[in-house]
Structure formats: C-alpha cells, structure tokens
Design a protein around this ligand. Structure first.
Ligand code: NAP
Length: 326
C-alpha cells in the first residue's frame, strides 16, 4: 500500500510517499481503508525523531483516521465489514490502510463527514480524559485552556460548553481570540500582549481558574499556579515551551493545588477502550446529534503532506488539519 514515510528525522522535506507492506489485522483489530487522517502536534515531533511510537506500534505517522472497515479480527464484536469507523491509533494513520484495536474505534455518526470524523478521536478523547476523567470538571467551573485554537483547544471548548462549564482560553493573536469566542469561549486572552494570570484573576472575581489544561509546560508552570483558584487542578498534557521549571512548592501546599500529568498514546488498549466507552457514555448523544464537530481548517491531499506539516508548524490553523488518503 501507499503511505507517508519518513526516511530520516528532519524537517517537512523528509516526508515522502512510499510503498510499505499492508498492516496485519490482529485478533482484536479492525482493518480500516483510510479515507482521511488528521495531523496532531505530536506528528511533527515524531517526524523530527523526538517522539518514537510506543513498542509494537506502526512507525508510520498518524494518531487518528476515519474510513471503512474492510476486515475484522476474530475476537472483534460489535463491528461489521463496511461500517464507517473513526479510530484512535498508536501510529499508522498516514496510509491507505490502518489497523485499530476495536476498543479504540467509534462508529462515525451520520452527521460527520470523513474529514471531520478523522479529526475527532485524538483531540476529543484527550480533552475528555484530562478535563473530565482526571480533573473532574463540574458545571459552572472556570476552566483555562491554553492554545484555545489548537485541535485539543477547540475540542475542549465544545466539551466544556456541553458540560455547562466556563471556558477561558489563551491564543497567540487577536484573530484567533475572536475565533475562540465565536466557538464558545467566555473569555479569550492574547498571550502575546502580557501575562495571562492577572487577566484570569480579573475575570473570575479574583478567585482564579478551577482547572487549567496546559500544553505549554515549563515556561507557564509558575504562572499557571498563580492563575489557579484555591484547590485548583492543573492538568499537564504537553511541553511546547520547555520540560523544566522552578517553582515555590509552598504555593502548592498552602493553596491545596492538584497537579496531574498524562499521555494518551502510551496507554494500554484496555485503558483506551475505557476512555472511549466513558466518552461515548457521557457525550454519545451530542456526538450523534452533530453537536461535537472538529473545525477542519484545511484538508490536503496526501501528496501535499509537506504543506500540511508546514501549516501546523507555523500555527496558522484554527482547529484541525486533515489529509485525504482516498
Ligand atoms: N498528553 C496527551 O495525551 C496529549 C494528546 C494530544 C495532544 N497533546 C498536546 O496538546 C498540545 C496541542 O496539540 P494539538 O495537536 O491540538 O496542537 P495544534 O493544533 O498544533 O495547536 C497547538 C497550538 O499551540 C500554540 N503554540 C504552538 N507553539 C507554541 C508555543 N511555543 N508557545 C505557546 N503556544 C504555542 C499555537 O497556537 P497560537 O497560535 O495560539 O500560539 C498552536 O496552534 C500539544 O502540546 C500536544 O503535544 C497531548
């Protein structure tokens, strides 16, 4: 089959279309003819050699896809050949065919196109896991989401809206802030214009945020603690600006703060299946009704994969960037 291959780590120019063996459908897998795959920030890191796939996973880029089921493993239940599937993958999405554990896959609702379906699993399941399962967000809580215009940010905004929580976001331009507000954020802060913590305090009656979903890491750690309410929860999911920080730990003690860290990709198939079940249990009706819909900023043909990576690297996009494989 054809797939995007990375001959050696590097910039976008190392991405090529090549011939690779078809993936093998295991006993608990679905074999999917991929119609679309979506980009994630992690793909850029993997391409550069900084984020190897977990043991046993495909070396091919791509953490999510949508397409048609063309083969079922013998222990798979609840799926038929011909079903439309959208799946979380440990790798292998940038290819004509991909295998997904059946517990990591969801039926595509009629309301969603293949492009939208491909763009949903990674970011919605990440937002769900971290905001709902780990941080246990409640109605009317103030939730600060860094990178409001990112894939994860736009998924978070939709889930928080459905849950009746109040979303505060940061973004890197006034234009992205406006888009976040239109997309359901109550407050959008342009982080390039000054520190975010005082603005978070100002819009929460000086309390601070109940939860922060952070993908920035080191550079924001101390300011995140300042921006949290007493008893607030910080969920760390990315390190876009550094993996180290120096903080005064007394703040954590005195203000009863909770700090979580998590990754989705490295989790076991059983854990991922539980996350998918819990997500569908809580948001399945909204999903079926088309209320959860990743904004697809641009869909590229797979032959334009380098342009797609360039666009993400430059953070031009709002929402998701998709590759069309079919
Ligand atoms: N732990 C997990 O399980 C997990 C799972 C999925 C994703 N993630 C992480 O979540 C983050 C978002 O992923 P994504 O795929 O949704 O990314 P994305 O769509 O590419 O968006 C990332 C956004 O972050 C902002 N940004 C980029 N570099 C930045 C920097 N140095 N400082 C501040 N802001 C920066 C940009 O928005 P502006 O233009 O507004 O600056 C950019 O659009 C990534 O860190 C990713 O690794 C973690």
């Amino acid at each position: 089959m054809k797939a995007v291959v990375v001959e050696k780590p590097g910039d976008e120019s190392v991405l090529k279309i090549g011939d690779v063996p078809d993936p093998v459908c295991g006993d608990e897998d679905l074999l999917i003819r991929v119609k679309c795959a979506a980009l994630n920030r992690a793909d850029l890191m993997q391409r550069q050699g900084f984020y190897p796939p977990p043991p046993g996973a495909s070396e091919i880029l791509g953490l999510e896809c949508a397409g048609e089921v063309i083969e079922l493993g013998k222990r798979v239940s609840g799926w038929r050949v011909g079903d439309r599937a959208m799946a979380l993958l440990p790798g292998g999405g940038y290819a004509e065919k991909a295998v997904a554990h059946y517990g990591s896959a969801m039926k595509v609702p009629h309301a969603l196109s293949d492009e939208e379906a491909a763009a949903l699993p990674e970011v919605f399941l990440t937002a769900f896991l971290n905001l709902f399962s780990l941080a246990q967000v409640q109605r009317e809580e103030n939730v600060l989401v860094h990178g409001g215009g990112s894939g994860v940010g736009t998924a978070s905004l939709q889930l928080l809206r459905e849950a009746g929580a109040r979303a505060i976001v940061t973004a890197g331009s006034d234009e992205k802030c406006q888009q976040c507000l239109k997309f359901g954020a109550a407050v959008a802060i342009n982080y390039r214009k000054g520190p975010f913590a005082p603005q978070v305090k100002a819009v929460t009656d000086d309390r601070g945020a109940d939860i922060i979903l952070d993908s920035i890491g080191g550079a924001y750690f101390a300011e995140n603690l300042d921006a949290l309410a007493h008893g607030g929860r910080l969920v760390l999911i990315g390190l876009m600006k550094g993996a180290t920080a120096e903080i005064n730990l007394a703040t954590v003690l005195r203000r009863h703060l909770k700090i979580f860290g998590s990754t989705l990709r490295s989790r076991s198939v059983a854990e991922k299946a539980k996350i998918v079940r819990d997500f569908l249990g809580r948001f399945g009706t909204a999903l079926e009704a088309g209320k959860l819909r990743p904004p697809v900023y641009k869909a590229f043909s797979v032959s334009q994969v380098r342009d797609a990576h360039r666009m993400m690297q430059a953070s031009e996009h709002f929402g998701k960037i998709v590759l069309r494989l079919a």
